[in-house]
Ligand binder design. Structure first.
Ligand SMILES: [Zn+2]
Ligand SMILES: [Zn+2]
Length: 820
């Protein structure tokens, strides 16, 4: 047995094992193994932002605990790692860095710059994953921006197009008029701006009456398609169904009722325009209203704006307000602070435009999504309703096209002559239609030889929502179905509606099969103030600071123990500090055991003269194994870590080790056989703790294992040792009952010494224990050696009779008198 250094140096230990594990190659998935069952983790490919933040730390700790646990359970674990590279934010940063707009640079050059930036960010984030000690199989690493991945995204599109899931159509989308692209909700920022509320008269048709409408966007009046009010607004509901005339354009529209209208805002009457805001989109769809498109893609008024055509939005607003005033239809204006959506790249006001886009038919799958979601195991179970409710709530299909550069191209061309759509063949991908023509001589419909490439590209979710199949080796490995569906799909609570959902619809449509068998949900990391951790809120803690200060094993305990799986986890420094104190405690008890086990020869076959407390702690370790295994099976990492820490700290260190020290130090009093029994028990129980703990704190447990156990146990790494199987036969309730009493006597005597301010090693000349019955007396006599040794008792007398003296906690019938 090698000796352990006195001091626990986490930085050195963690760095050493991270390197050695990689050298050992113990995390490599064996694609050809048919002996062990496979277990595949659908690791999310993170978006390279350059920072592996505390939220990532929480997620990756979860996946890594599962991976390490399953390996010990005998599974061939696939723990892949990819990077979801494409995205608007990378484009924006490249534009800033090079002081250009994307259209000013050749697309190839622009892409190169994006790729370089992504590589820089990946390197930073990878460092975080490595420092956390994640058991990723790096031979599986992939990037969605690589041609090899394009191939997969494009192939899936081709297959889905053939199956009839892909179509083109017009639909309202968030649109930046400056960048001239559709943008996702996630790319819209919100800013407080000073607005003006204009009170405008809308005359009722064939009447001298009018309704007053307050709006911040009078420039949209030419696109007004209805007027809306609350059905129970007694002031106006008599007008529901009647016609009202839109000023300026003199067009009659219908007055409709909707409970979404807030009667206390403005005048309680609102105009619905296509589209002033997102509420308009909802109303238009709900009431099946017509659409008048008013804006061009670069943010000017189009021909539907009549005399205002060609003006910018701001010019149009000014002119229309002047015209309203001149016509006597503008009653008054008021200043109004308002929150407006702006493009996160250029801060321009985001408009809503109906433009031609590519869609995937997702709503037709809703029933199948619901059925499948119910068959999937969810940790925790109630999370499945989030996916189901989301799928049911969708009003429209998934817009999969974007107008960007740094993304996977849509592999489609159009015939220049007849407009026929040419879909790429499977063998042509990866392909960029902007750089290459379709591999055909002429248009199959009209024979023309000229083609126009599709310039739109895919939404990044199109890349990342096929990971379950890609990780399994689709489409290259003929046996990819052996590793599909993924055994576990881990997802943040915030992306169930995107990632878990898109994965589900994509794989159902492609393979008619669920992408994952189970879904492991993590909550959000909250700052110390209880709000979601965010750089803008001053409650932000950077992960390199945490990992640098306390190391991975302590940080992982915070992640595992911070809250129930699926619930939000607050980041608190004291939790990480507690994790570190626990590690020091484990280190110290190991160092103690290491010292006292130097003359111990481990043996599985030898018979030991086990004492009551040995049997007691062995039985409790068996029960701990049962509880931790059950918690791990149910992904209740907080329960697992708490059980292990409580057992180690209290049962093992405070009680057992204290009670057997004397046996270990003074075999001349107790006999070599009893010393050997304590050595054997300490050796095996500590080993059990190390094994149960190793998925959570892999570094320290490995270090102790290698010094104390590797030569005898024989596994190259603790990670390769089989998870201990719980054995009911090893639970000894009677031994626990007896041991509990002996421990209680020892604790009470020590407590009395502490209360009397005596050192714990002060001698008790005589200890008289009064018990109610002979059986109890017998138990205490069995524990005599450990009681007298630990409490320094010169003479112990146990009397099976009621007596006075100090009562032992939880044993009201047992008293003692100690004479010092
Ligand atoms: Zn923009
Ligand atoms: Zn043609």
């Amino acid at each position: 047995m090698q000796s352990l250094p006195k001091k626990y140096n986490f930085a050195e230990i963690e760095r050493k094992w991270q390197q050695k594990w990689e050298e050992m190659g113990i995390y490599h998935f064996d694609w050809n193994d048919t002996r062990r069952p496979a277990f595949s983790i659908d690791t999310p490919p993170p978006y390279p932002s350059g920072e592996f933040h505390m939220g990532n730390v929480l997620n990756w700790t979860y996946f890594d605990i599962v991976a390490r646990y399953k390996r010990m359970r005998g599974f061939n674990v696939l723990f892949p790692q990819g990077w979801d590279c494409h995205g608007l934010s990378i484009e924006v940063q490249v534009e800033k860095e090079h002081e250009i707009r994307k259209r000013d640079a050749p697309p190839d050059q622009f892409r190169k710059w994006c790729e370089q930036l992504v590589e820089k960010y990946i390197a930073l984030m990878k460092e975080g994953i490595l420092k956390l000690g994640c058991s990723v199989d790096w031979t599986t690493e992939y990037r969605t921006m690589d041609p090899d991945y394009w191939k997969r995204t494009q192939l899936s599109f081709i297959l889905l197009h053939r199956k009839g899931y892909m179509y083109q159509g017009t639909h309202p989308v968030n649109w930046c008029p400056r960048c001239e692209t559709a943008i996702a909700d996630a790319e819209v920022d919100y800013e407080e701006k000073a607005g003006t509320l204009h009170y405008i008269r809308f005359p009722l048709e064939n009447s001298s009456e009018y309704l007053l409408i307050a709006t911040t966007r009078p420039e949209f009046i030419p696109a007004c398609v209805a007027v809306e009010l609350h059905p129970e607004d007694a002031r106006f509901n008599k007008y529901i169904g009647k016609k009202i005339v839109v000023p300026i354009v003199n067009r009659a529209v219908t007055i409709i009722a909707d409970e979404a209208v807030d009667p206390s805002f403005g005048t309680g009457v609102v105009m619905i325009c296509t589209y002033g805001d997102k509420e308009d989109v909802k109303t238009v769809i709900k009431h099946k209203l017509p659409v008048i498109r008013l804006l061009t893609e670069n943010g000017r008024i189009n021909k539907n704006g009549g005399k205002y055509a060609g003006l910018t939005i701001n010019q149009a607003r000014k002119t229309i307000v002047e015209d309203l005033a001149a016509a006597g239809l503008l009653e008054k204006t008021e200043k109004l602070p308002q929150e407006v959506g702006v493009c996160d790249r250029c801060k321009s006001h985001v408009e809503i435009l109906e433009v031609k886009q590519w869609f995937m038919k997702t709503r037709v799958l809703t029933e199948q999504v619901e059925k499948t979601a119910n068959e999937v195991l969810w940790y925790p179970d109630y999370m499945k309703t989030r996916l189901i409710d989301w799928a049911r709530s969708l009003d429209w299909d998934w817009v999969i096209s974007r107008q960007r550069v740094f993304a996977t191209p849509i592999p489609v061309w159009y015939c220049k002559n007849c407009g026929e759509l040419i879909l790429s063949e499977e063998e042509w991908v990866p392909i960029d239609p902007k750089l290459e023509n379709p591999h055909i001589d002429k248009c199959p419909k009209c024979g023309s030889r000229q083609f126009i490439p599709e310039r739109d590209v895919f939404d990044t979710w199109m890349d990342s929502s096929i990971t379950c199949a890609v990780h399994a080796g689709w489409p290259d490995r003929p046996d990819w179905k052996r590793f599909f569906p993924a055994d576990v799909h881990p997802s943040g609570i915030d992306i169930i509606r995107t990632w878990a959902y898109y994965l589900m619809v994509r794989h159902l449509a492609l393979f008619n099969e669920t992408p994952y068998k189970s879904c492991l949900i993590n909550g959000m990391v909250l700052g110390s103030d209880g709000r979601k951790m965010s750089k803008s809120l001053k409650n932000y803690v950077a992960s390199p600071e945490v990992l640098g200060k306390y190391g991975s094993d302590a940080t992982r305990q915070w992640a595992a123990g911070g809250g129930a799986t699926g619930s939000d986890v607050p980041f608190r420094w004291p939790d990480v500090e507690y994790g570190r104190r626990f590690l020091v405690k484990l280190w110290n008890v190991s160092a103690f055991a290491n010292k006292l086990l130097q003359d111990y020869a481990p043996s599985e076959t030898a018979e030991f003269a086990l004492q009551p407390l040995d049997k007691w702690v062995l039985s409790k370790a068996e029960k701990l194994t049962q509880k931790v295994t059950e918690a791990m099976e149910n992904c209740q990492f907080n329960i697992a870590v708490e059980e292990i820490r409580n057992f180690t700290w209290h049962t093992l260190c405070d009680c057992y080790v204290e009670a057997v020290k004397d046996r270990l130090y003074r075999p001349e009093t107790h006999g070599e056989a009893k010393k050997a029994a304590a050595q054997h028990t300490l050796y095996e129980v500590l080993y059990r703790v190390l094994q149960l703990l190793s998925p959570i704190t892999p570094h320290l447990t490995e270090e102790i294992y290698q010094a104390m156990y590797a030569p005898h146990k024989g596994f190259k790494s603790l990670q390769l040792s089989p998870w201990p199987e719980f054995e009911q036969a090893l639970v000894d309730e009677e031994a626990e009952r007896r041991g509990d009493l002996i421990i209680a006597v020892i604790a009470e005597v020590r407590r009395e010494k502490a209360e009397k301010r005596m050192p714990l090693n002060v001698q008790v000349k005589k200890l008289t224990v009064y018990v109610g019955d002979r059986e109890t007396a017998e138990i205490i006599r069995e524990g005599e050696g450990d009681i007298t040794g630990t409490c320094k008792v010169a003479s112990l007398e146990v009397l099976a009779e009621k007596g006075s003296g100090r009562e032992i906690a939880q044993y009201p019938e047992v008293h003692f008198v100690a004479e010092y």
